[in-house]
Ligand binder design. Structure first.
Ligand code: DGL
Length: 272
């Protein structure tokens, strides 16, 4: 495999750009091909079968782009599809759940960990499974926060409405005495301040996006797959593909990433 081949990153839509942003920061030499499934978002309210089928189609598409590794930036896809898909892959594939669970275990002092995410991620109980595999005594308390995704996509990052919803969603977690909270959804790092304010300074927030980029870097290093030379400008360093509404994607993407995304190509993902 050619080390200068890109990393394929996918998500149900725009949220996975929080993971792309971390990869750009932590391993700036890597080229990236991103696919956002903007036609079929949200994944968080869909079934395991559907999310797995969508994820397989996207991986087939990414492989046509000759990627050297794949990152499932979507927590819901990582939770529902990755265990199954991992077995079928001939290139490395990394999800966001395992790195997030690992760091939560490192961070907690009292063994009480909260996880917030989509309904699918929380119902899958995958964070709980991974965490308990490493520490059977850990207590994991999940809470689905479905309104956070549309609030972020409406740009209400610092807004009284978001504060109010956060108070309602998170008050039970505060009462439960957790000292660590996993932001188990692509969008949540964008309202980290609000969540942090509501939870209070005693609770450590874990951002799986950051940890996933670190794990990706470690894996590429260990496998001697890092791109050692910085790609020159205009060499298709970062490419973006979506299944619908490219203009909206570009607008939102540019509010998350400082790189300056000018175009996103439309793909008929059902054909893959
Ligand atoms: N990307 C999804 C996740 O991280 C959130 C949006 C959706 O429901 O598709 O779980």
């Amino acid at each position: 495999m050619n080390n200068s081949a890109p990393i394929g990153v996918f998500d149900s839509g725009v949220g996975g750009l929080t993971v792309v942003r971390e990869i750009m920061r932590q391993i700036p030499n890597e080229r990236i091909v991103y696919f956002g499934d903007t036609a079929r978002v949200p994944y968080g309210s869909k079934s395991k079968e559907t999310v797995t089928r969508y994820s397989r189609q996207i991986i087939r598409f990414l492989k046509t782009q000759d990627v050297k590794a794949i990152v499932a930036a979507c927590n819901t896809a990582s939770a529902y599809a990755l265990d199954e898909i991992e077995q079928e892959m001939d290139i490395p594939v990394i999800g966001v759940v395992k790195p997030g669970a690992r760091v939560a275990l490192d961070a907690t002092r009292n063994g009480k960990i909260g996880v917030i995410g989509t309904e699918a991620t929380i119902n899958s109980q995958i964070y709980e499974r991974y965490i308990k595999e490493h520490d059977a005594n850990a207590e994991v308390i999940g809470k689905a926060c479905p309104l956070f995704v549309p609030l972020v996509e409406e740009g209400l990052l610092n807004d009284p409405v978001t504060d109010e919803i956060a108070m309602r969603y998170l008050s039970g977690l505060i009462d439960s005495g957790i000292d660590t909270l996993v932001l188990g959804c692509t969008h949540y790092p964008l309202i980290r301040e609000t969540v942090g304010r509501v939870m209070g300074a005693g609770v450590t927030l874990v951002n799986p996006a950051y940890e996933t980029a670190r794990e990706l870097r470690g894996m590429l290093e260990a496998e001697r797959m890092l791109n050692e030379t910085k790609p020159e400008l205009g060499t298709n360093r970062y490419r973006f593909f979506v299944s619908d509404a490219a203009d909206k994607f570009i607008r939102f993407a540019n509010s998350i990433i400082k790189y300056g995304i000018l175009s996103a190509k439309l793909i008929h993902i059902e054909e893959y």
